[in-house]
Write a protein of this length. Sequence first.
Length: 397
Amino acid sequence: MPDQAQFLWGAATAPHQIEGNNVNSDWWAREGSMPGMERSGDAIDSYHRFDQDMRLLADAGLNAYRFGIEWARIEPVPGRFSIAELAHYRRMIDTALGLGLTPVVTLHHFTAPQWFAQEGGWLGENAVEHFARYVERATEILGGVDWVVTMNEPNMLAMMVTMERALRSAPADSWQSPTVDNDPRPTLPPPDPEIGRILVDAHEAARKIVRARTGAKVGWTVANRAFVARPGGGEKLRELEHIWEDLYLEASRGDDFVGVQSYSSQWVGPDGIEPHPQHPDNTLVGTAYRPDALGIAVRHTWEVTGGVPILVTENGIATADDERRIAYTGEALRHLFQAADDGVDVRGYLHWSALDNYEWGHWEPTFGLIAVDRETFERHPKPSLAWLGDVARAGRP
């Protein structure tokens, strides 16, 4: 049973998806060049409205907010850091603390400065050194922050880098979102383990800096596919688990916590991943309706890491039906707390996402507890936000 006095109940966001006008980032440049990719533009203007967004979470009864700081804003050119942007993110931290929200700060959530991409990105000769230099400067503003995520979903980041490398030799006719799977288009490629090992090096460098310069707990988050073997698929399951997850979970064994990020489950047969069939219950990003995936994910993570404390840093559903969001989340939480009752050390649950936002190239999938009018930026809390606040007050679903 989790310690309810310390348990984090909250929601999560990523800077590029909510801030708007992240003009120095590699994603901003990509949006203008990839066919079929929608632009982030103003996003939902949370750069200027973060205090309002945080207050909605706190007023609902939540006690934590996971948000990111944007490398491309802080270091727009190599070695030149923006004092104003560092101060902006420090104001976000202070605002969260002032509202009684525990800030969970992510240092890297997929996006990087455009100059970093032009030097080869994560395949560049000095990638780890560049990232470490940024982390050293970013830690200056982390006083009072108890939870630091070095990198978001390095396994998915490695997959994106794998896709980018393939596109250089064979450009695609249209863009494919990394967050959409299980549909008629080609399945996402497995992340190259060699790229994964570079990200492990970057994480270890960042972890060392965070520990030396702050008192925060430090870890990273891993996208868990919650693979389930079909008849004859056991051997392939173990192979895919290592490529997609375990390489990164094993690197978490020296961390203070590991972030579990789970949305759905996938079948694995003898020949690999078997996409779920098209079905009315599938989500807006094509995945199966599988709230039980969260229990599968935390149990697998607990086993592979050898007992590293778990913080659920993302869990949610892409749906336009908020009653369905509540039903999904309630069942997911029941599976999470069953795992906790069985001895898994779970420290918190952060819903994805706080707000409907820019979903990495398109706007249709809505994951948020709060709807946003993209013309006026007016926030409209959904019933699911009040529901999750009531669950937080009660201490469990």
